[in-house]
Each structure stands twice: as C-alpha cells, then as structure tokens.
Ligand binder design. Structure first.
Ligand code: COA
Length: 328
C-alpha cells in the first residue's frame, strides 16, 4: 500500500475585492460587527468568471510548482457546490482547458467539507496503486448564489480556487496519514440552496422567492459547527497519539474565526499554530483549506516534517478531519 503525499499546491483568488466598507455603504452593518462576529475584513469575488476559471488557474499553478505537464494527470476531482453548470462536470471543463488528455474525473458535492471529502476520495486511488497523479481541487463561486441584500449571509462568503497534487509518497511516515469524515443529513433545514435542482426546478416563482440563494440559519449552524469541527480534530489527534505540542498547524475551514478559535481551544493549541486567511478571503467553501496550505507553504511557514491537522464543517451536515505530515 502506498501513502499518498501532497507534492504541490496552488491557489487563485479573483482580482475584485469587496471590503467591509463596501457593505457598510448600502447595508445596516458595520466593519466592527463583521470583524468581531466573523473575523472577515474583505473577500475576493469574480467578474465574468465561473468556478472552472478559478479551478483551472489553481490547477495550472499547482502543476507548475511540480514542474509537470497536465498530460501526466490521471484523475481530477473538483469539490464544489457552485459548478459552472449541472453538466458537464466542472472537472470535465478543467480537464479540457488544462489539456489533461488522459485524465478522467468528477465533481464532488461536500460543501465546506468538500475538500476533505475529495482528498479522502483521491487518496484511495493512490493507496490502491491505481494512479500516481491525482489533482484534488476545491473551488467555489459563492457570489453566484449569494443574496447581496441579505446582511446575515452576504458578508460571509467569497470566491476562490485551490488545488493539491497527490502522488505516492517517497518516505514512510510522511504524507496523508489518517482521516475521519462524517455526515448527518439533518442539516438540510438550516443550511441549503432550495431551488435549481430537481426538487424545485427554476421557475419565476422560485426566483421571486430567492430560493436560488444560500439560506442559512447562522446561529444554529454555528452551534453544531463548533462541536463537529473540534470533535473531529481532537479525534484525529487521539487516533494518532498527537499531543498539542506535536501539532505544528491546525488548518481549519475558514467560516468564522470564533469557530476556528473554539477548535484550537479544544485541541489545546494557541492561535499562533492556526492557519488563518479568513480575514482576506471570507468563506470560499471548498477552497479554504487548500488556499491556506498554498499561502503558508509559499511564504515558508509550512515546512517539511510539520504535523498538520485539517478540519472542516459544512452543509449537509458534513464534517471531518485529516492528519498530514507535510512532505515537501
Ligand atoms: N451586520 C449587523 N448586524 C447583523 C448582521 C450584519 N451583517 N448580520 C446579522 N446581524 C444581526 C442579526 O440580525 C441579529 O440581530 P437581532 O438580534 O436583532 O435579530 C444580531 O446581529 C445577532 O445575530 P446572531 O445570529 O446572534 O449573530 P451571531 O453572533 O450568531 O453571528 C454569524 C452570526 C452568521 C456570523 C454566525 O452565526 C456564524 O458564523 N454562523 C455559522 C456560519 C457558518 O459557519 N456557515 C457555514 C458553515 S461552513
């Protein structure tokens, strides 16, 4: 059995930035409220771009870091809840655009846990020895399903794409070493996008009712997210005999700084060991965790040998955690 390792990582954020001041300009909100309740100061949003554009750029940067051509990729998994279209898959659009001529692939819908679900899925093809190069992408254009009149939700989300390349690891004890993923569909009520699927196909009525936007009961989601993300992270530590001193970085899904702080507290680690970029990007759903990895690796803070715990919670509900010993 091979141990999968992350051998390259890349991140892309669109150019346009919406600051908290922008929301102050037309909504009954304030920079102070947004920063203290969420930790977010600004978020990037697309202009004339879709999720495949974000995914393609992230994929290109990842392959460039590894120094290989797209024609060497075996499999492309795109975690997203905002595909360009229902079909063909965003993975198919990425495959064509980057020229991954011998890859197949698919989209995976795990919401904010999408990247962790996709990582676990892609890793199985490496462990089984089926493939040697799996591109796992998390990309979301949350602005396409956000109601910018809804102050409860519009301040939370941003757009972005990030990717990792999974390959068989070159050294025992390094790489993607363990994971736990969970799901409880009772979360449908508190966090969903109601229309546009087969339950409520698009009609004038569904559009008038705003059913093509994110609906979230923030307070209810907050309560379960705090518990789920922290428990999964602590479970991963326990299963792998990791003390708080052993953990170099917590890499949390970036939905709310207070949820992240609660998770770090439960793990017994200080915020100096937590990867944070929510202040600059908001919640980019499937892109948050790989975007942190890309930024912290690029500036040298994430180093070979670091024990890192990835953790996420999202719609479904879905949640999970993973243990990676960084190998590049
Ligand atoms: N500016 C100012 N006030 C706002 C506001 C905004 N942008 N958005 C909401 N409020 C108001 C609410 O209307 C409420 O007012 P009321 O008491 O008069 O009704 C008040 O602020 C407090 O709202 P509350 O829901 O208690 O705030 P909160 O501390 O729970 O924070 C969230 C709200 C959305 C930031 C928080 O619940 C959250 O982050 N939830 C989870 C989000 C999440 O993780 N989602 C994705 C899962 S991956």
């Amino acid at each position: 059995m091979k141990t999968p390792a992350i051998t390259a990582v890349g991140h892309y954020a669109p150019d346009k930035i919406l600051t908290n001041a922008y929301f102050e300009s037309y909504l009954d909100t304030s920079d102070e409220w947004i920063v203290t309740r969420t930790g977010i100061r600004e978020r990037h949003v697309v202009e004339n771009q879709a999720t495949s554009d974000l995914a393609v750029e992230a994929a290109r940067r990842t392959l460039a870091m590894r120094g290989i051509g797209a024609d060497q990729v075996d499999l492309i998994i795109v975690a997203t809840v905002t595909p360009d279209m229902f079909f063909p898959s965003t993975a198919a659009l990425v495959q064509n655009r980057i020229g991954a001529s011998r890859a197949w692939g698919f989209d995976l819908s795990g919401a904010c846990s999408g990247f962790l679900y996709a990582l676990a899925t892609g890793a199985q093809f490496i462990i089984a020895g089926t493939y040697s190069k799996v591109l796992v992408i998390g990309a979301d254009t949350m602005s396409s399903i956000t109601d910018y009149r809804d102050r409860n939700n519009c301040i939370l989300f941003g757009d972005g794409g990030a990717a990792v390349l999974l390959e068989p690891g070159d050294e025992p004890g390094y790489g993607y070493l363990d994971w736990v993923n969970y799901m409880d569909g009772c979360g449908e009520e508190t966090l969903h996008m109601k229309a546009g699927g087969s339950r409520h196909p698009a009609t004038h009525e569904t559009v008038d009712k705003g059913w093509h936007y994110i609906y979230q009961d923030g307070k209810s989601v907050f309560k379960v997210a705090v518990i789920g993300m922290a428990e999964a992270a602590v479970e991963i530590m326990r299963r792998n005999n990791l003390s708080s001193d052993d953990v170099a970085w917590l890499v949390p899904h970036q939905a709310n700084l207070r949820i992240i702080q609660a998770t770090a507290d439960r793990m017994g680690i200080g915020m100096d060991k937590v990867m944070i970029n929510i202040d600059r990007y908001g919640n980019t759903t499937a892109a948050t965790i790989p975007s942190c990895l890309a930024e912290y690796y690029a500036d040298g803070r994430l180093k070979r040998g670091d024990n890192i715990v990835l953790a996420a919670f999202g719609a479904g509900y879905t949640w999970g955690a993973a243990y990676v010993r960084w190998s590049i």
